[in-house]
Design a protein around this ligand. Structure first.
Ligand code: 5RP
Length: 219
């Protein structure tokens, strides 16, 4: 296994500690979360089930025999476990590299605690080197792109990708995000934007980052 995968797997397995018996677990999307789902399967009889942020994660959870609930029918979600494309020391993140940002943000909003799992390469000083994903209603793509240019970004349509919600993604390059909460708000206010991948207003409470020296915890 590649060294970065070893670090992702170690972080994912460390997150099991935050899963409470008898509860519904919020599950994100991505390669790190796939390791988490595999680890969660070892205690599937101890949990009630999961709520899932993507069709991909739902399929993997079900393949392991873990019940997946509709969020509307689920009770409290004590913990949400998900990865990140970038995270800063305040737990603010860029997410959506896997195009699952909208459902991820919804479950993150519902959950009492967000535990971010990643390898240490995701930790950055300033967010924005990773292109910021923005999910848009298809007919608004060009309009939203023009508005993003006015904010100083360089949007690129992720062609060929349709989200689980039937929408499209603009990846915004060349942003140096000095005020993540302000930019998250501004992007949300553009008509036609469904969600943007800045998780600043609701960031991670805990980050477990795999490194060559083991898993490091930030909170
Ligand atoms: C998906 C996400 C993922 O959390 C993010 O892309 C990180 O993925 P990976 O664990 O594969 O590095 O936001 O929309």
């Amino acid at each position: 296994m590649a060294a970065s995968d070893e670090m992702k797997k170690a972080a994912a397995e460390a997150a099991l500690e935050y899963v409470e018996n008898g509860t519904i677990v919020g599950v994100g999307t991505g390669s790190t979360v796939n390791f988490f789902i595999d680890a969660l399967a070892t205690k599937k009889d101890d949990i009630e089930g999961a709520v899932s942020s993507s069709e991909e994660s739902t399929a993997r959870l079900k393949a392991h025999g873990i019940p997946v609930f509709d969020l509307n029918a689920a009770g409290p979600v004590p913990v949400y476990i998900d990865g990140a494309d970038e995270i800063n020391e305040h737990g603010q993140m860029i997410k959506g590299g896997g195009a699952a940002l909208t459902r991820e943000k919804i479950i993150a909003a519902v959950a009492e605690k967000y535990v971010c799992i990643a390898d240490q390469s995701k930790m950055v000083g300033i967010l924005g080197k990773f292109p910021l994903p923005v999910e848009v209603i298809p007919m608004a793509r060009s309009y939203v792109a023009r508005e993003i240019v006015k904010l100083g970004g360089d949007p690129e349509w992720r062609q060929g990708v349709t989200t689980d919600n039937g929408n499209w993604i603009l990846d915004v390059h060349n942003l140096e995000i000095m005020k993540p909460m302000e930019l998250e708000d501004k992007l949300n206010n553009i008509v036609g934007v469904v969600t943007n991948g800045l998780f600043a207003a609701r960031g991670a409470n805990i980050a477990l980052l795999g490194s060559p020296d083991g898993v490091k915890k930030y909170e």
